[in-house]
Every structure is written in structure tokens, then in C-alpha cells.
Write a protein that binds this ligand. Structure first.
Ligand code: SF4
Ligand code: SF4
Length: 424
């Protein structure tokens, strides 16, 4: 990695502790990613972004701030990036996916909080992630209880704005979400000093839709019998989508897709014929959480789809691009975002329907339903998800895990036995 120490110092980071993270991350990446055979050449861009994860994009964000832009940190796929970009702001995902940050979170949060929340809080309070230090404002949401309380703690350290996400999907809830998006627009306008016009919002709707289109295209190649790219690589791309520049990200993903198109024509697969096709459902896998994909893909399975926020929930369905007024555009945003099916909603049949649909679209042999430890929402919904899958005759394995390596051996045994069972 190039030398970014001066920038990190100026950001007020704890350099000594951060050095420890910089030592372990490249090793993990080499083990999990660079050991794969026959990777598409165009993964080079995404490998570079990760190898410089705390350098290259943070440096761009710092430069943008020097040029007068504001950076907004977000934690959930319900927060509409379009509004932020329309005010000439920059949105960047902040969810933490490393055990490295968890103890920092545990200093202020109960141990029985999900690792994603603990890692996110720890990354900020311990000053060991540049993204968390750069963001001028955090945008939280009222999704799960753990997050709601975490915002109060983070709000003492950084300007925090919280969107009130409805928990049901009645027409009045759609209206309420449109109102919340309007209030976010007002807040972002105040904070940046820039007006969100219909023209600007139309541009940013296209910008973010193009990112969705690129991801949708990427995922479409995984539906093939010959799978031209590993699940691990697709997960990495989904994770990078949250913080990379959206125009460049779509361009580089489409470039990779061109290569995958050729691979499909030539019948190239990165997995041996007959490898079992796995759908992962459940809680998000924030960067650098590659644990489950690595276990599955080194145990004879291929992950071909993720029904996750780091997966289909992030990119499926576009925002209507035909609206002319800010009001109509905000309604279109509310419509698209309320269509996401997170376990924080009740009832949530839409998510079960999504999973069953994806099983067909991706020709799935089995589903692994993953729950991050202490996520009560997804854990509880797992009962209904797994029952629906069993009723549909689709084998399913429910797994609860965290960011530590302590259960890797046990998970290998369980996943290995599940995949073996699929072969019968
Ligand atoms: S799982 Fe739910 S709360 Fe978490 S990022 Fe996804 S939509 Fe947001
Ligand atoms: S995984 Fe569950 S507990 Fe954790 S942030 Fe998401 S919804 Fe909340």
C-alpha cells in the first residue's frame, strides 16, 4: 500500500492500533482471494481497491472535502444515496465487518449486540478506520433496536441524523417513508448548502440505477450452468459497491461483465462440473467478512446468489427514471426502497417470496440461512424462512455465526455434511 500515514494522522486516527489491522488484512485477503484459480482478469481493479482500502478511496473523499463537498456515512440499504448525491454530497457505506473492531464496540455496547453494530461503533470510537473519521455526518435509521441505541452513542461523537423507517408496508407507510426522504433532502440541503433540484435528482437516480444495473448484470452470469466467477469475488464486488465512486464502480463492473460474457460463451467455469449451487440468505456480510463464502467454496459448494443487503436486496429493482418533479421523484424513491424486504418489517412474506423466487432463478441445490449472532430479527424470521424452504422441497441449513474464527472448524464440518447430503 502507498504511504497514507500523513492522511491518517490528520484524520486523528490511532496509528499504532491501525497498523495492527494493516498487518492482518492483506494476509486474510491473500488466503481467501488470491489463492483462487482462474479468476477473471478484471477482478484486478477490485483487488486493487481492497489492497488500498484505507488509502485510495479515503484520499479521494478527503480531496472532495477540501473541494467543498460533504461526506455522509450510511449503514443501511434503505437510506437513499440518490438524495445525497443530488446535493453534491458523497454517500459512503460504513458497516463494519471485522472482528478487529468488535472489542471497541463492546466497551460501550452490551456483549449481546450483533457484531455488525459492535464493529461499526468500535471502528469509530477506536479511531481505526478512515471512512468512519472522514464522514461529516452519519445517517442512521430506525431498523433494529441495536442500531437505534447505537446512534445515540455515536451521536455524541459525530453529527448524526436518523431516518424513521416504518416497520409495516401499508400505503400510509409508503407515504411516511416519502416524508422521511423529503426531510432527509432538507437536512442534506442545509448541511451541504446545495439545493436538490429535479434535474439533479434525476441525474443521481440514473447514477445509482446504473450501479444497480451493473450489479444485476454481474449476478445474471451466476445463473449459468457454467459459473464464470466465484461467489467470493461477487461478494467482494458487492461490498466495494457501498463505498466506491458509483460511476467508476459501474464502469469497472461492466468491464468485468464483458469478460464474463465471453467466459459464458466459451463455457468457462471456475467450479468443477456438478458443484452444488448454494444460495445464502440472511444478515449482511460487511467488508471484510468473507468467512462463510470461504468455508462454502472450500468445502465443495459454489455460492451463486446472496439474498442479503450485500447482495440482491441492494440492487434489485430500479427507481422510476421518468418522474419530472422532486415530489414525484421522492415518491418513486419511496416506492423502490420500501420494496426491500428486511426482517425489520412485519409481516415480511415478501422476503420469503424473494428467497423462493431466487432459488428458481439461480437453480439452487440448497440454501444456507445465515444469522449474525445476536440478530434477533433475522434469527426469528429464520423459522418462517426455513419452513417455507422445506415445504418447497429445498434443502436448508441454518447457521448462526459471528466475526471470530473460533467456530470455523465446526462450521466446516456442518457445511461439508450439508453439501454432501445435497449430492445424494
Ligand atoms: S439487514 Fe435490514 S437493517 Fe440491516 S442493512 Fe439490511 S435493510 Fe438495513
Ligand atoms: S444484522 Fe440484525 S441486529 Fe445487526 S444491524 Fe442488521 S438487523 Fe440489526
Amino acid at each position: 500500500m502507498a504511504d497514507y500515514r500523513e492522511m491518517w494522522k490528520e484524520l486523528g486516527m490511532d496509528l499504532e492500533t491501525h497498523d495492527q489491522l494493516c498487518e492482518v488484512l492483506p494476509m486474510a485477503f491473500t488466503d481467501v482471494y488470491l489463492s483462487q484459480k482462474n479468476r477473471p482478469e478484471n477482478m484486478g481493479y477490485f483487488d486493487f481497491v481492497v489492497s488500498e482500502i484505507h488509502g485510495v478511496r479515503p484520499a479521494e473523499l478527503v480531496q472532495a472535502q477540501k473541494d467543498g463537498k460533504k461526506v455522509f456515512g450510511t449503514f443501511c440499504v434503505y437510506v437513499p444515496d440518490e438524495v445525497i448525491f443530488a446535493a453534491d454530497g458523497i454517500a459512503t457505506g460504513l458497516c463494519g465487518g471485522s472482528q478487529f473492531w468488535v472489542p471497541g464496540g463492546e466497551k460501550v455496547l452490551p456483549t449481546n449486540t450483533c457484531p455488525l453494530i459492535k464493529a461499526s461503533v468500535g471502528a469509530r470510537l477506536d479511531s481505526t478506520c478512515p471512512f468512519f473519521k472522514i464522514a461529516d455526518m452519519y445517517i442512521g435509521e430506525t431498523t433494529c433496536d441495536g442500531k437505534k441505541k447505537a446512534w445515540e452513542i455515536l451521536g455524541e461523537d459525530v453529527p448524526m441524523y436518523v431516518m424513521d423507517l416504518p416497520q409495516m408496508k401499508r400505503s400510509k407507510d409508503y407515504k411516511a417513508w416519502a416524508e422521511e426522504i423529503t426531510e432527509l433532502k432538507n437536512k442534506v440541503e442545509d448541511f451541504t448548502g446545495n439545493k436538490v433540484t429535479a434535474e439533479k435528482l434525476a441525474d443521481s437516480i440514473k447514477l445509482i440505477n446504473n450501479k444497480r444495473r451493473a450489479l444485476d448484470r454481474l449476478y445474471s452470469f451466476r445463473k449459468n450452468k457454467n459459473i464464470p466467477i466465484s461467489g467470493k469475488d461477487c461478494l467482494l464486488i458487492s461490498q466495494i459497491a457501498f463505498y466506491d465512486d458509483p460511476t467508476r464502480f459501474a464502469e469497472m463492473t461492466n468491464k468485468l461483465c464483458d469478460e464474463l460474457e465471453k467466459r459464458v460463451e466459451e463455457g468457462v467455469s471456475v467450479f468443477p462440473e456438478g458443484t452444488k449451487r448454494i444460495l445464502l440468505a440472511g444478515t449482511p456480510l460487511a467488508i471484510p467478512n468473507w468467512k462463510m463464502h470461504n468455508i462454502i467454496e472450500t468445502s465443495g459448494g459454489a455460492v451463486v446468489c446472496e439474498e442479503m443487503c450485500t447482495g440482491t436486496r441492494y440492487f434489485e429493482r430500479l427507481v422510476d427514471e421518468t418522474k419530472d418533479t422532486v415530489e414525484e421523484q421522492i415518491d418513486a424513491l419511496a416506492e423502490r426502497y420500501m420494496g426491500i424486504n428486511c426482517a425489520c418489517f412485519t409481516p415480511n412474506q415478501g422476503r420469503i417470496d424473494d428467497i423462493l423466487r431466487l432459488c428458481k432463478e439461480y437453480d439452487i441445490d440448497g440454501v444456507i440461512d445465515i444469522n449474525l449472532k445476536f440478530c434477533n430479527l433475522y434469527d426469528t424470521e429464520g423459522f418462517l424462512v426455513e419452513r417455507a424452504l422445506k415445504e418447497a422441497g429445498i434443502p436448508v441449513l441454518g447457521i448462526e455465526t459471528d466475526y471470530t474464527d473460533s467456530d470455523v472448524q465446526q462450521l466446516r464440518t456442518r457445511v461439508g455434511a450439508f453439501i454432501e447430503m445435497l449430492e445424494r
